[in-house]
Each structure stands twice: as structure tokens, then as C-alpha cells.
Ligand binder design. Structure first.
Ligand code: BES
Ligand code: MN
Ligand code: ZN
Length: 502
């Protein structure tokens, strides 16, 4: 197993940190801490002069590089603005570390050191370590997977150095979590960025098998024939238009004794052309991202298994390609899902909810304590909440609040949408139990969630519509374009919460 680049360094003065590049965070509107003042003294007051001239303000994501500093052990130095200390949470630290590493990994460096902020923000030190470590790795890995010149270079080592006086050994468990979470985030991004010629239902399922073998959790793969005998006709129906057969993957990590299980369900459409309700080129161009829910679930399993968290975790991944082939599902076709409910297909581009119908019904049959599904389900959710915030819909307010709290702690963003009963009008079909696409565009994200709710029975369930946050169209200082690994951090946080309480 590749351990990844992170390592935990000793608590030594900043001027003594040996590195090809040393990255130091600076707070906005704060005097230099004793450790930065000591660094400044070794640099003959360079930092003070930059501060006085207004070139070093500490504003969030500000970058100031010293290509050849004299008087310190590091060969290069970069200062990154951390923003206001009172406002700093995991998201802000993650982004600062990501922006700094993104700015320097265009060149090849063997050893990069990232100094944990001093003074510490109003967060436990283990959370500061987690956010900085995961952000640093995220910023170091680019999406140029098929470029002859990758343009970005993952450092051989990213050392996290602690403020003076830290009991570094007490941070080792937190460091273990940080490396596992960073590897998981990288895996999810890699899977979402992989081209659909490489990542299709079979190859995705094989990748699940590989991760499961390496990390020691169980992985069961159902092929077409098994899907038929298991009455998963909703998945089979959507897959019909493609020459690539579907797969259904079940993951199990059982380390929670006889306690209830947390079931994670991820939409795995490896390419969404829309089917016969074909998307335009513009709408289709990024639709390799339509398996981001499934990628987040596999990545969370990888982290949870590496950490041997004492939790029972199930994962269910319906994997299909949605294409308009000669045998493709047609408008007016009716499919019977695993739980016996019939679905009239009136728009083949509303395929996610159809495959999730079978997956959620199967998940509910396993009687887990709780279910969370993650799906790039609707463009409507992006109309409602923009590209950075996921929609959160639930059949159980208490479970919804608990998931929402975990998402917030992880530094990610989700916002509740209502699930009032009258939205069920939108699901009525003239010929079947349900129609897959509502008759109006209004309330589309809620209509999607209401459809899914028909398949979870009375298990407490949360649906996260991640169509916006799963994919970045453009780059920004802290982030490369492409797959973002959205909700991997939240799922790892939720699994920790589940391990501690359920
Ligand atoms: N995969 C799409 C949703 C999507 C859109 C994800 C944009 C990421 C970015 C989904 O399968 C879809 O096409 N949904 C339709 C549903 C409609 C036909 C009821 C949509 O949102 O338009
Ligand atoms: Mn679609
Ligand atoms: Zn889709």
C-alpha cells in the first residue's frame, strides 16, 4: 500500500526546519507569534519589513514567496495568509494549505514542510493537523492525468511541523486519520477524473475489489445475470442502452460488534449521456463525474478500513453507463424495482433515481440503523443552492441534523431542503406506481428526493444531492478543476461519530 507523502515532524524552531520548501501560515491582523518573530529575526527582519510595506497582510490565501532566503535551514520559504484567527475552522485551514501547496508543486521538490499555525486557531490541535494535512495533499495532486508533461509534482514528503512545545507523540492518532483521509480524498478525485473509457461499471467494480483486498474489507460484485436473479430490474433497465454491462457492488466493514450499521449508497453512473433523452454537448461534457457519489463511498470505506474504525459500515454501489443504444430504455417503458414498485420512465436522463431505487431498496432490506445516499442527482439542486452546497433531504429530522452536523464539522457544506408531502404529487404516473421524471422543472431536487424516499421504507435516511460540489468547472486558488472529492471528509467524520455513539 502506498502510504502517501505525509509525515509528522518534530517540534523544532521554524528556522531549523530542513526542507526544500517551508510553508508558514500568517494570521491577519495579529502580531507575529514568538515562533514567527524568531524566524523573522533569523531573516534579518525581512518579514517585519514586508508587513510594514503592506506586502504581507495574512489575508486568506495570500501567498508571499522567498525563493532564496538566507539564514534558515530551508532552501525556500513561502508564507500563506490564514485570514482572521477567530474565523478559522477546518475549511479555512484546508484551503490555505491547499493554496500554498498548489502554488509550489508546479516544480519538483523532494521535501516540503508545512508548519501548523502558531498561535493555534480556536480548534483542537488534532483538527488543525487534520485540516492542514488533507489540504496540503489536495493542493499537491493535480488532474493532469494524461498530460505528457504533468505540470504538477507531488513532493516526495510533506512534513507537518508542530508549534514549539507540542507533545508530538500525542498527535499520532490524529496524524493516522489525516493520512488515511488524504489518501481517500485523492482516490475519490482520481476516480472522478478518470476518463469513461477507463472507468466503466466493470472496471470500477474491479477497483472496488482491489481496494477491498488491500485494506481488508469485503466486496461482493453482482454481474448482469445475478442482477436479473435478484430482481434489480431498475438498474438493468437503465444499463440496457450501453454495450457495457452494469455491476452492483456491496461493501462491508464489520468492526462494530452487534451494533446497528451505517449504510452508504452512492450513485455510480460512469457516464451520463442522458440516454434517449440525450443531453446537449454542453450538458454532457463533464458527465464522467456522474459516479462521484459512488467514488465518495468507496473512498470512505478505504479510510474507515485503514483506520479499523469500530463501526459496522455497508456500502452499495449501483454502477451503469447511461447511453442511447438500440436496446435502450424508452420513454413510456415501465421497470419494476426490487421492492416491487413500478416506475414509468418518462425521461431517460432522470436515470440516477432509477438505479438508486434498486440500491436503496436492497440497502433497506439489510436493516441498517441509518442510510445516507450521495448522488449527483439533479441540475435543479445547483439552481437552488449553487455549485458549492449540497442539498440535504431526509425522512428523519434527527438523523438529518446529525449528518448535517458532521458535514459542518468536516468543513463541507450541505443545506436542508423541505420534504413536504404535497411534493409526492410530482411522482404520480398514469400507468405505474411512480414516474421517474416530474412534469415540471420547479422543485426538481425535492422531486428527486421524494422519489428516492419511496424505496427506503422507514429506515432513517439522508439524501445528499452533490451535483454542484462534486465537480469544479474552473480552478480557484485552493482547488484544481475537475473532481473535488466532495463529501469524503464528511463521510469519514460521520463514520467516526457513528463509531463513538451507535
Ligand atoms: N447527472 C444528472 C444531474 C447533474 C447535472 C449532475 C449537472 C451534475 C451536473 C442527472 O442524471 C440528470 O440528468 N438529472 C436531470 C433530471 C431531470 C431529467 C428530471 C436534470 O437535473 O436535469
Ligand atoms: Mn441524467
Ligand atoms: Zn445522471
Amino acid at each position: 500500500m502506498n502510504k502517501g507523502p505525509l509525515s509528522l515532524g518534530a517540534a523544532v524552531p521554524l528556522a531549523e526546519v530542513p526542507a526544500d520548501y517551508l510553508v508558514v501560515g500568517v494570521w491577519e491582523n495579529e502580531p507575529f507569534s514568538p515562533s514567527i518573530a524568531a524566524l523573522d529575526a533569523r531573516l534579518d527582519g525581512d518579514l517585519t519589513r514586508l508587513k510594514e510595506s503592506g506586502d504581507l497582510t495574512g489575508k486568506a490565501l495570500e501567498l508571499v514567496a522567498f525563493p532564496s532566503p538566507r539564514g534558515i535551514a530551508a532552501r525556500r520559504l513561502c508564507l500563506v495568509g490564514l485570514g482572521k484567527i477567530a474565523k478559522a475552522g477546518r475549511a479555512e485551514l484546508h484551503d490555505a494549505a491547499a493554496a500554498a501547496l498548489r502554488s509550489i508543486t508546479g516544480k519538483r521538490y523532494d521535501r516540503v514542510a508545512f508548519a501548523l499555525p502558531d498561535p493555534s486557531p480556536p480548534l483542537p490541535l488534532h483538527e488543525t493537523l487534520l485540516a492542514c494535512a488533507v489540504g496540503a495533499v489536495q493542493g499537491s495532486v493535480g488532474p493532469g492525468i494524461r498530460k505528457s508533461d504533468p505540470g504538477r509534482f507531488l513532493p516526495g514528503t510533506i512534513v507537518l511541523t508542530c508549534p514549539p512545545g507540542t507533545d508530538v507523540r500525542s498527535l499520532e492518532p490524529a496524524f493516522g486519520r489525516a493520512s488515511a483521509e488524504a489518501r481517500a480524498l485523492t482516490l475519490a478525485r482520481e476516480l472522478v477524473n478518470a476518463p469513461p473509457c477507463d472507468l466503466f461499471p466493470q472496471s470500477f467494480a474491479e477497483r472496488c475489489q482491489l481496494v477491498a483486498r488491500e485494506r481488508g474489507f469485503s466486496c461482493e460484485i453482482w454481474d448482469e445475470q445475478r442482477l436479473r436473479s435478484e430482481r434489480m430490474n431498475a438498474i438493468l433497465g437503465i444499463a440496457q442502452g450501453s454495450d457495457r454491462p452494469p455491476r452492483f457492488v456491496t461493501l462491508r466493514h464489520r468492526h462494530g460488534g452487534d451494533r446497528g450499521a451505517l449504510a452508504l449508497v452512492g450513485k455510480g453512473v460512469t457516464f451520463d449521456s442522458g440516454g434517449l433523452s440525450l443531453k446537449t454537448n454542453e450538458q454532457m461534457i463533464d458527465m464522467k463525474c456522474d459516479m462521484a457519489g459512488a467514488a465518495a463511498v468507496l473512498a470512505a470505506f478505504q479510510a474507515v478500513a485503514e483506520l479499523k474504525l469500530p463501526v459496522n459500515l455497508f456500502g452499495f454501489l449501483p454502477l451503469v453507463e447511461n447511453l442511447p443504444g438500440g436496446r435502450a430504455v424508452k420513454l413510456g417503458d415501465v421497470l419494476m424495482a426490487r421492492n416491487g414498485k413500478t416506475i414509468e420512465v418518462l425521461n431517460t436522463d432522470a436515470e440516477g433515481r432509477v438505479i438508486l431505487a434498486d440500491a436503496l431498496a436492497y440497502a433497506a432490506e439489510q436493516t441498517p440503523g441509518h442510510i445516507v445516499d450521495l448522488a449527483t442527482l439533479t441540475g435543479s439542486c445547483m439552481i437552488a443552492l449553487g455549485t458549492e452546497i449540497a442539498g440535504l433531504m431526509t425522512n428523519n429530522e434527527a438523523w438529518g441534523e446529525r449528518v448535517r452536523a458532521a458535514v459542518r464539522r468536516a468543513g463541507e457544506r450541505a443545506w436542508p431542503l423541505p420534504m413536504d408531502e404535497d411534493f409526492e404529487e410530482l411522482l404520480k404516473s398514469k400507468v405505474a406506481d411512480l414516474r421517474n421524471a416530474p412534469p415540471t422543472r420547479y422543485g426538481g431536487a425535492i422531486a428527486g428526493a421524494k422519489f428516492l424516499q419511496q424505496f427506503v421504507g422507514d429506515v432513517p435516511w439522508v439524501h445528499l444531492d452533490i451535483a454542484g460540489p462534486a465537480w469544479a468547472d474552473h480552478d480557484s486558488p485552493a482547488r484544481d478543476p475537475g473532481g473535488t472529492g466532495a463529501f469524503v471528509r464528511s463521510l469519514v467524520e460521520l463514520a467516526h461519530d457513528y463509531a463513538a455513539t451507535d
